[in-house]
Design a protein around this ligand. Structure first.
Ligand code: NAD
Length: 441
C-alpha cells in the first residue's frame, strides 16, 4: 500500500485516484477548485463519467480516498505524487505548461521526505527533465526527488474500465528506484507494464494519439473520395478491417475528431517538430483534413437549402462523442456559430451536454439566429426543415426513420456519424445525406 497524492481531479486525475484507491492504496486528491472538492466530498463527481461516481463513493466510505485543496498537507505525507493537471493548447499550438509548473512549485515547497513525482498529464518530450530540475531548484527541504513519466491512455466515456483493464501501462523512468516504485504501485492491476526511458514515454503518448487521429483523418479522406467515385466507405472499411495489420478500430468516417486530446496533441507534436526544424507531414495532413471535415455537412446543406435564415434546424448531439459531457473541440462548436451567423433557429438536443453548451451559447437570440435546448429528440425534430446529427448518442441511434418523416416539416437529415442505413431512410421518404456513402451524398 502506497500513500499517493494526485494533483488535479479532472478526467485523468480523479479516475487515476479512484482506481488507485480501488486496488488498496491510500489516496488524497488535490484540486485548486474548492467547489469541485466540496462536490466530491459530498459524493458527486464534478463531470459526467459512467461508473466513476459509484466507485468514488465506495472508496471514500472505505476511507481509502479523500479530497482537499490543502496541497501542502497532502504532498508532505505522500510517498508518490501523480500529476494530472491540464496541458491545454496555447494560441501558437504549443502546450501550456503553466499548470504543471504551478504544481511543481507547490510540490517543491511542501515535501519533507523522499518522493517520486509521476507526470500523467500529456507533456512534450523533454518536459519532465525540466520539471525535475524545476522542483530541485525550488526544494525547501533536503530530500530526494525524481520525476517519472506515466502517460494516460483512457478515453472519456469508458475511463474507469480503460484504467482497470488497460492494454498496457507505460512507465518512463531514469532510475531503478523509480521503475520499481511504479511497478509496485501498479502490481495489483495485473496489466503488462512497458518500462522505457522518460523521453520515450512522453513520445509514446504523442505518437499514439497522433496515430489514432491520423487513422480518422485518413478514413475521412478516403470517404470523401468514395463520394466522388461512387464507392461506399462502410463497405470499404469492412473489407479493410479483416486485415489484422489494419484492424477495425478508428475507421468510422464522419465529421472528424474532437475532444480535449487529439486536436491539441496533434498541434503540440507539430509544434515540437518545428522547434527542431522538422516538419511532420502526416500530422499536418491529419489536421488539415480534420478542419475541413468538421464543416463538410454544413457546406453541403448550404448548397441544398440556399439559406438558413429563419429555418428551424434540429441538432442532435453536441458533445464530441457519446458518454461524456465534454464539449472541447466538438463539431457542434464549429457548426452552431456558422448556423447562427446564417440566421438559423436552432433546436438542440443532447442528453448530457446541453447544460454545458448553454453556458457558451445561452438560450435566445444569438448573432442572426436563435438557439433553444430541448428535452428530447421529438421536440427538436417537430416542424424542423433540416436535421444535423453530430453525436451518436443511443437516444439518437434509436430514432426510427419514420419519426423524421412524421415530425419534420421537410425530412432532410445530414448525418455526421453514418448512423442509418441509406435504404431504411429512403424507404420512408427521408432525404438522407451522410459521409462517404454511395447514395444521395
Ligand atoms: P481537466 O481539465 O479535466 O482537469 C484538470 C484539473 O486540474 C482541474 O480540475 C483543475 O482545477 C486542476 N488543477 C489545475 N491546477 C492545479 C493545481 N495546481 N493543483 C491541483 N489541481 C489543479 O484535465 P484532464 O482532461 O483530466 O487532462 C489532464 C491531462 O491529461 C492533460 O494533459 C490531458 O492532455 C491528459 N489526458 C487527458 C485525457 C482525457 O481523455 N481527458 C486522456 C489522456 C490524457
Amino acid at each position: 500500500m502506497y500513500k499517493i497524492a494526485v494533483a488535479g481531479t479532472g478526467y485523468v486525475g480523479l479516475v487515476a485516484g479512484v482506481c488507485f484507491a480501488e486496488v488498496g492504496h491510500k489516496v488524497i486528491c488535490v484540486d485548486i477548485d474548492e467547489k469541485k472538492v466540496d462536490l466530491m466530498k459530498s459524493g458527486i463527481v464534478p463531470f459526467y463519467e459512467p461508473g466513476l461516481e459509484d466507485l468514488m463513493i465506495k472508496n471514500y466510505a472505505a476511507g481509502r480516498i479523500d479530497f482537499t485543496t490543502d496541497y501542502m498537507q497532502a504532498y508532505r505525507e505522500a510517498d508518490t505524487i501523480f500529476i494530472g493537471v491540464g496541458t491545454p493548447e496555447r494560441e501558437d499550438g504549443s502546450a501550456n505548461l503553466s499548470y504543471i509548473a504551478n504544481v511543481a512549485r507547490q510540490i517543491a515547497e511542501s515535501i519533507i521526505k523522499d518522493c517520486l513525482i509521476v507526470v500523467k498529464s500529456t507533456v512534450p518530450v523533454g518536459t519532465n527533465d525540466k520539471v525535475e530540475q524545476f522542483i530541485k531548484d525550488f526544494l525547501v527541504n533536503d530530500v530526494r526527488v525524481e520525476v517519472a513519466s506515466n502517460p494516460e491512455f483512457l478515453a472519456q466515456g469508458s475511463a474507469v474500465n480503460d484504467t482497470l483493464n488497460a492494454e498496457r501501462i507505460i512507465i518512463g523512468t531514469e532510475s531503478n528506484w523509480a521503475e520499481q516504485v511504479l511497478k509496485s504501485i501498479y502490481k495489483p492491476y495485473n496489466i503488462p507494464i512497458i518500462s522505457v526511458s522518460r523521453r520515450s514515454a512522453e513520445m509514446i503518448k504523442y505518437a499514439s494519439n497522433n496515430f489514432l487521429a491520423l487513422k480518422i483523418s485518413f478514413i475521412n479522406d478516403i470517404a470523401n473520395l468514395c463520394e466522388l467515385v461512387n464507392a461506399d466507405i462502410q463497405e470499404v472499411t469492412l473489407g479493410m478491417s479483416f486485415d489484422s495489420r489494419i484492424g477495425n478500430k478508428f475507421l468510422n468516417a464522419g465529421i472528424g475528431y474532437g475532444g480535449s486530446c487529439f486536436p491539441k496533441d496533434t498541434k503540440a507534436l507539430d509544434y515540437l517538430a518545428k522547434q527542431f526544424g522538422y516538419e511532420l507531414k502526416t500530422v499536418k495532413a491529419t489536421m488539415d483534413v480534420n478542419k475541413e471535415q468538421q464543416t463538410k455537412l454544413f457546406k453541403k446543406a448550404s448548397q441544398r437549402l440556399i439559406t438558413f435564415n429563419n429555418i428551424k434546424v434540429a441538432i442532435l448531439g453536441l458533445t464530441f462523442k457519446p458518454g461524456t459531457d465534454d464539449l472541447r473541440e466538438s463539431a457542434s462548436l464549429v457548426n452552431v456559430p456558422l448556423l447562427l451567423e446564417h440566421g438559423a433557429n436552432i433546436f438542440a438536443f443532447d442528453p448530457i451536454g446541453a447544460k454545458n453548451f448553454a453556458k457558451i451559447y445561452p438560450e435566445g437570440k444569438n448573432r442572426n439566429g436563435t438557439i433553444a435546448y430541448v428535452e428530447n429528440v421529438e421536440q427538436a425534430l417537430i416542424g424542423a426543415s433540416i436535421c444535423f446529427i453530430f453525436t451518436e448518442w443511443d437516444e439518437v441511434k434509436e430514432i426510427p426513420p419514420e419519426k423524421f418523416k412524421k415530425l419534420m416539416q421537410t425530412p432532410i437529415v445530414y448525418d455526421g456519424r453514418n448512423i442509418y442505413k441509406i435504404d431504411n431512410m429512403s424507404e420512408v421518404g427521408v432525404e438522407y445525406h451522410s459521409i462517404g456513402r454511395n447514395k444521395s451524398n
